[in-house]
Design a binder for this molecule. Structure first.
Ligand SMILES: NC(=O)c1ccc[n+]([C@@H]2O[C@H](COP(=O)([O-])OP(=O)(O)OC[C@H]3O[C@@H](n4cnc5c(N)ncnc54)[C@H](OP(=O)(O)O)[C@@H]3O)[C@@H](O)[C@H]2O)c1
Length: 312
């Protein structure tokens, strides 16, 4: 027997932050939760958690918000008033920082081999990571306002950038292409389902199937910053930088990323296109050491890096 409406998982959606006094010590992970008791109260499962995340994404009623036994504060703190399954708790831990509060958020994702490559030298990347990682990518797409890719990814992969592996809305699509090199027949320009912005230096070079977004002259970091400002002016404040490695590196170097999700797959390429390329550092003391949590995604491992907080 167990009492209904027992709070089984008080938790802070942001890693390592103390929650209310008297609650369990953090950081807690989904795996730390006690086993669900056998009782007639239906636990919140992963499908319920995804439904809650999608609803919170567009919540207009303000915070704290209560939905289906989960109460969420604007800072990502959440607690459950019903039993919750560990995979559902993990989903909330991981994705609430992007879904709630309405604050601007820039997250990048990349899927890489164990030895740090995202594709072969010829550009073959389908697929480095497994199905669970691809589902995670589609969840990220569904939670953001806009998804950004570099022109190298459009040329190599011809992605549609829509949400297909989960239910959820398509984000606006943005192709970062200062020189207007993207093929006019690319799926982002020809397939319907979402708005596409073609970010180019010369608006006359924008693809016919897209809206032009003019990039000011400047280096890659200034361009990345200007792009986010332009998107914010259009109401697109939650942004996923989906790849490739060069594009993510520019946003990272410019200090524009709030979070970086790296999915590491158990394969070795030995050569190819690198995940990240940043200016050389002389000492390990200069390495980026953000706060980090990791999760299993099938055979892959997801590292959720909180770039606004150093490791404790
Ligand atoms: N495994 C994964 O998760 C994943 C995800 C996405 C892509 N990929 C793979 O990654 C490869 C492509 O990645 P990539 O790193 O070679 O190229 P990329 O990042 O897709 O595109 C790089 C290009 O985009 C433009 N660009 C990006 N950021 C810019 C900035 N801040 N300012 C100005 N221009 C900017 C530049 O175009 P210009 O050179 O024209 O100036 C740059 O050369 C493909 O093989 C694809 O299959 C893998």
């Amino acid at each position: 027997m167990c009492a209904p409406n027992v709070c089984v998982a008080p938790h802070d959606g942001r890693p390592g932050t103390a929650a209310a006094a008297g609650q369990p010590q953090f950081p807690m992970m989904a795996a730390d939760f006690p086993p669900l008791p056998s009782c007639p109260v239906t636990p919140i499962n992963a499908a319920d958690a995804w439904h809650i995340l999608c609803a919170l994404r567009t919540a207009a009623a303000g915070y704290p918000a209560s939905l289906e036994g989960i109460t969420v504060a604007a800072d990502g703190t959440w607690h459950a008033t019903r039993p919750i399954a560990p995979d559902a708790a993990r989903l909330l831990d991981l994705l609430l920082p992007m879904a709630c509060g309405g604050a601007p958020c820039v997250v990048a994702q990349i899927g890489q081999s164990l030895d740090g490559y995202i594709a072969t030298a010829s550009g073959d990347s389908c697929y480095v990571t497994g199905m669970q990682s691809r589902i995670h990518l589609h969840r990220l797409r569904a939670l953001v306002d806009a998804v950004v890719v570099g022109v190298g990814t459009v040329i190599a992969d011809d992605p549609a950038l829509t949400v297909r592996h989960v239910t959820g809305p398509n984000p606006a699509r943005v192709v970062l292409d200062p020189q207007g090199r993207a093929p006019r027949g690319a799926r982002v320009f020809t397939e319907r389902g979402a708005t596409t912005w073609h970010a180019v230096c010369d608006p006359a070079q924008a693809a016919p199937g897209a809206s032009a977004l003019a990039l000011p002259p400047g280096d890659a970091m200034a361009t990345a910053c200007a792009l986010l400002q332009s998107l914010a002016q259009r109401g697109l404040r939650r942004v996923l930088i989906e790849g490739g490695g060069i594009t993510i590196s520019h946003f990272l170097q410019a200090g524009l990323l709030d979070r970086l999700h790296v999915m590491v797959a158990p394969l070795l390429l030995g050569s190819g296109r690198r995940t990240l390329t940043l200016p050389e550092i002389k000492s390990l003391q200069s390495a980026l050491r953000p706060r980090c949590r990791s999760y299993a995604l099938g055979e892959d491992r997801l590292y959720d890096l909180d770039l606004r907080h150093p490791a404790g």
